[in-house]
Design a protein around this ligand. Structure first.
Ligand code: FES
Length: 121
C-alpha cells in the first residue's frame, strides 16, 4: 500500500549565495522505503538539482547523514513509515550541520574529514 509524505528540504548553494530556503516535495512511499529512496525519487523525477551524498547504501559510511526534524539519521537506513509514525507526515530534512552545508544536504568535505579525525583520536 502506498502512502504520501511531504518532505520540506533545506536548499542552499554557497557558490551562488549563502541564503537558504526550503522546498516542499510530495511523494509516495511504501512499507520498505527509506529516506534515501525518496531523495533519489526527487532527484530522478522532480528536481535533478537536489544535492545529497550517498555511498555504501547499507549504513556503514555515514555519507548520507542528514537531520530529520532535528534528529540526525542515516538516510539509507531510516524507514520512512517508522518516522512518519513518530513525527507525522510533514518532515523537514536538512544537512546534519547547516553551518557547514555547501549545497542542499551536502556538508563541506573538509569539515567531514576534521570530524573523522576527531572521532579516531
Ligand atoms: S550511504 Fe553509507 S551510510 Fe548511508
Amino acid at each position: 500500500m502506498k502512502n504520501e509524505i511531504k518532505l520540506k528540504i533545506y536548499r542552499v548553494n554557497t557558490e551562488l549565495s549563502h541564503s537558504s530556503h526550503w522546498n516542499e516535495f510530495t511523494l509516495e512511499y511504501d512499507a520498505e522505503s527509506v529516506l534515501l529512496d525518496l531523495l533519489l525519487k526527487i532527484f530522478n523525477e522532480q528536481d535533478n538539482t537536489l544535492a545529497f551524498d550517498k555511498n555504501c547504501r547499507i549504513g556503514l559510511c555515514s555519507s548520507c547523514r542528514v537531520k530529520v526534524n532535528e534528529k540526525i539519521i542515516l538516510a539509507c537506513s531510516e524507514n520512512v513509515a517508522q518516522f512518519v509514525a513518530e513525527l507525522g507526515d510533514v518532515i523537514e530534512v536538512s544537512p546534519y550541520n547547516t553551518l557547514k552545508a555547501v549545497r542542499d544536504l551536502v556538508v563541506d568535505p573538509q569539515f567531514e574529514s576534521c570530524t573523522r579525525i576527531k572521532v579516531t583520536l
